[in-house]
Design a protein around this ligand. Structure first.
Ligand SMILES: CC(C)(COP(=O)(O)OP(=O)(O)OC[C@H]1O[C@@H](n2cnc3c(N)ncnc32)[C@H](O)[C@@H]1OP(=O)(O)O)[C@@H](O)C(=O)NCCC(=O)NCCS
Length: 142
């Protein structure tokens, strides 16, 4: 992700979440490379940004902080393929754990993570706003 991608990323973010991140948050992620690793997913024929994934590396641990696919491109296996590729890359780099938070009501994302081998680790109380909800913490050993 580069700064020029952010308007396209914001459009997907707003279509994906009830409490979307602001532009400044994405700008911060881009500025925070290489601790933050923000990537866009581009549909090559149209050179269109159709999704993104952001993860942080802290020592041997990886935290996936955001992943979204444009609604027009969902259920095509894109998130699964991208995450598999990233998990393989992180494993090769000797990273040990990956964790992420997800709304308990977000069953489609949980299904994706379960399919990739993530297991539920616990709840973080009142983590999300608009609407308020706990976060389900999920993790995977690489
Ligand atoms: C979650 C999200 C990233 C999945 O992206 P995607 O590219 O559509 O997912 P994939 O097509 O790779 O799906 C892979 C698997 O995830 C699960 N899955 C994905 N969407 C699902 C849905 N709507 N219902 C049930 N399971 C779903 C399925 O197991 C699917 O495998 P299958 O198609 O063989 O059944 C996408 O729905 C999205 O952008 N949601 C809004 C943002 C969001 O919630 N992000 C996660 C925040 S924690």
């Amino acid at each position: 992700m580069i700064k020029e991608d952010i308007p396209h990323v914001l459009e997907i973010e707003r279509l994906s979440y009830s409490n979307p991140w602001q532009s400044s948050t994405f700008e911060g992620e881009v500025d925070n490379f290489p601790i933050s690793n923000p990537y866009v997913i581009v549909f090559k024929p149209e050179k269109r940004v159709i999704g993104y994934i952001i993860y942080w590396r802290v020592r041997e641990e990886v935290q996936i902080s955001n992943i979204a696919i444009h609604p027009d491109y969902r259920r095509l296996g894109i998130a699964e393929a991208v995450m598999k590729k990233i998990l393989k890359h992180l494993q090769a780099e000797d990273m040990k754990f990956v964790i992420l938070e997800v709304r308990p009501s977000n069953l489609s994302a949980q299904e994706l993570y379960r399919k990739l081998g993530f297991i539920p680790l616990g709840l973080q109380k009142k983590y999300y706003k608009n609407p308020e909800e706990d976060a389900l913490l999920m993790g995977k050993t690489l």
